[in-house]
Ligand binder design. Structure first.
Ligand code: WT7
Length: 631
């Protein structure tokens, strides 16, 4: 059976086949790859005592499938186009042959610096080609990458390095984002001051005479370390369930967790979803605007497109630099065919009017996509009209860091689009809606909790170093089901509309942040006793962050509001900085002392009529005070 779906009938057939005989279905998809040893068993699984294994016994290397395989028949095809932050600077293009050579050199560099199979390599780089090259080099030698978004603070980086016990770190002197210059090396130095695991730091120099401090016996310049390295490096054979990477994401409690993806399942799923959701055609240029520091960039800038032998575009900059037409100019410049971005970017550009976009041609576009958060109707139509010119299918793709790849999405040009609906699950994805008691909802148009009742190859395997946490987070709410944390609605044709998170996770500009994580940062402020954080509707970001804080004294409220923002920026990163800070004298709590975030959410959303019964609170009077002081 062809793994690529060509019409709605073949979608239905594939879906039925995937439910009927999941092992046969995925084994057939696996035929599209190069294996040094084939698998013994397609799947073994248990959702009660969580354990999932796909393609056990298989041996291969993902980079052989991303690179070597394509070098054999299309060595000179462009694999990667890099568009720099500064539009005056020349883009860099790598053919498949050149990219393989660069990856081999970097792999030899890692080997020389003591990285062995299974070791964790932390990558803290801006959106430069060395980021993709470092990931692939790590995978080539069977090591595990942990990419940390270069907008995270020293503390956030330190926590992630420590949790995964990374041995080597790859960074750059500086990063460029629009008109901003970020001193990454300085952040790294602070982050690893007390690290017991990092032995070596490799620094890529963006500015050749950058006077960054080098710590001897620890730091080495990329350009020096890689000089003279062979462009041949045999790939290391990995087992199907060997770890490929760790990627940290926020949850409703505690510190971010390291989502673990493994070699075979992730590879198969990243490719399958890339090919089918976007209906990628040979010779097309694919552009995903995400940062590789997030899962979207892992799966749809690096792995999915390269596995498909596609041309993938990587952009260093931001949508509004030097002006608000940058995205559209990049599309025209590189004749992008498939464009994949986030609703927050669409809303931000929409707010600048239509001249920017209407002055560009955009006639190369064939498919446009959306990811990261629900896309509101207005943004959907603007994207469809002004960017897609009403001729490009718009794929609204729902998925998560934990799912590895797209789960619910139209297949471009095949599944009829319905504004704001992610539409249908991909073949192999057995979605269900549960009520709060865990019963499956059969009726249409009812809101339910989105769960998945059967494993798929790209799913999370564990949370790094803490399997119990994985079990608890995803498999304990409804035994026998993977719980996504999202609520959704399904129409009578089976189309899903995603409503949003039902846990204490806020989605700010498509980035996932835990309220507990932000509160912990605020509580480190020397003048704050306690805090509570909730999301509120934000015109551009989707959700904004609203923090309620109780200071020790109420003398200098203005200063407290400002410094609360600063401490969060410093401890987590600017993306987590609250948009609004309200000083209060108390928080709504139950008699047992639990903060009632539900009430706070209703207040910030202005839904004062549905606050519910507040008389049973520990101190009901705080509610009125909070309403009166609302920002
Ligand atoms: C959460 C996952 C992997 C995508 C990037 C974010 C929300 C994601 C959609 C969509 C509505 C969406 C969900 C999900 N989300 N895509 N198309 N429509 N909501 O990955 O950081 O792991 O966040 O993003 O709430 O649970 P993430």
């Amino acid at each position: 059976m062809d793994s690529i779906i060509h019409n709605i009938e073949s979608y239905r057939e594939a879906y039925l086949a995937s439910v009927d005989d999941p092992e046969g279905f995925w084994a057939n998809v696996a035929e599209n790859f190069e294996w040094q040893k084939r698998w013994d068993k397609v799947l073994s699984w248990d959702f009660k005592d969580f354990d999932v294994k796909w393609f056990e016994g298989a041996q291969f290397n993902i980079t052989a499938n991303c690179l070597d395989r394509h070098v054999k028949h299309q060595p000179d095809k462009i694999a990667l186009i890099w568009e720099p932050n500064d539009p005056e600077q020349e883009p860099i293009k790598y053919t498949y042959k050149e990219l393989l050579a660069e990856v081999c050199k970097a792999a030899n560099m890692l080997l020389e610096h003591g990285v062995q199979k299974g070791d964790r390599v932390c990558i803290y780089l801006p959106m430069i080609p060395q980021l993709a090259i470092s990931m692939l080099a790590t995978a080539r030698i069977g090591a595990v990458h942990s990419v940390v978004f270069a907008g995270f603070s020293a503390r956030a980086l330190a926590d992630r390095i420590d949790d995964a016990q990374c041995k080597l770190l790859i960074t750059a002197d500086i990063g460029m984002r629009g008109s901003k210059v970020i001193n990454l090396k300085q952040i790294v130095d602070e982050a690893i001051e007390n690290s017991t695991s990092i032995e070596r730091v490799i620094v890529f120099n963006n500015i050749l005479d950058f006077p960054a401090i080098r710590i001897s016996n620890r730091d080495i310049d990329w350009q020096i370390a890689i000089a003279g390295k062979s462009d041949f490096c045999p790939f290391v054979l990995t087992e199907a369930e060997d770890m490929l990477f760790v990627l940290y994401t926020s949850g409703s409690t505690g510190k971010p967790k390291g989502v673990v993806h493994t070699c075979a399942g992730y590879m198969i799923y990243a490719w399958y979803t890339f090919m089918n959701a976007f209906q990628y055609k040979p010779d097309e240029v694919f552009w995903c605007t995400a940062d590789i520091g997030w899962i979207t960039g892992h799966s749809y800038i690096v792995y999915g497109p390269l596995l498909a032998g596609a041309t993938t575009l990587m952009f260093e900059g931001v949508p509004n630099y030097p002006e608000y037409d940058r995205f559209w100019k990049v599309i025209d410049r590189h004749q992008v065919n498939i464009f994949y971005t986030a609703p927050t970017a669409i809303r931000a550009l929409m707010a600048q009017g239509t001249d920017w976009v209407d002055n560009c041609r955009l006639d190369s576009l064939r498919v446009i996509g959306s990811v990261g958060e629900p896309i509101n109707e207005e943004a959907w139509h603007w994207y469809n009209t002004h960017v897609g010119k009403e001729k490009c299918p718009l794929v609204d793709t729902w998925w998560q860091t934990e799912t590895g790849g797209i789960m619910i999405s139209p297949l471009a040009g095949i599944t009829p689009n319905i504004p704001t609906f992610a539409t249908l699950p991909l073949p192999g994805i057995q979605t269900v809606l549960l009520d709060k008691d865990g019963a499956e909802i059969e009726a249409s148009n009812e809101e339910g909790l989105l769960c998945i009742k059967f494993p798929w190859p790209g799913m999370i395997r564990t949370t790094y170093g803490d399997h119990a946490r994985c079990q608890q987070t995803y498999f304990s709410s409804f035994p026998g089901y993977y719980f996504t944390g999202d609520a959704a609605r399904r129409d009578h044709n089976g189309n899903y509309r995603i409503i949003g998170r039902v846990d204490d996770v806020i989605n700010v500009s498509g980035h996932r942040l835990g309220t507990a994580e932000i509160e912990n940062a605020i509580n480190e402020h020397p003048d704050i006793i306690e805090s509570a954080v909730v999301g509120f509707p934000h015109a551009i970001k989707g959700q904004g962050i609203y923090a309620f804080v109780i200071p020790f004294t109420h003398d200098d409220i203005i200063d407290i509001e400002k410094s609360v923002g600063e401490i969060v920026s410093q401890l987590i990163g600017p993306i987590a900085r609250p948009d609004k800070v309200q000083v209060v004298t108390g928080l709504p709590k139950t008699r047992s002392g639990k903060i009632m975030r539900r009430i706070l959410r209703k207040i910030v959303e202005g839904e004062l009529d549905s606050l519910g019964d507040t008389s049973t609170l520990l101190d009901p009077s705080v509610v009125q005070e909070i309403i009166d002081g609302k920002r």
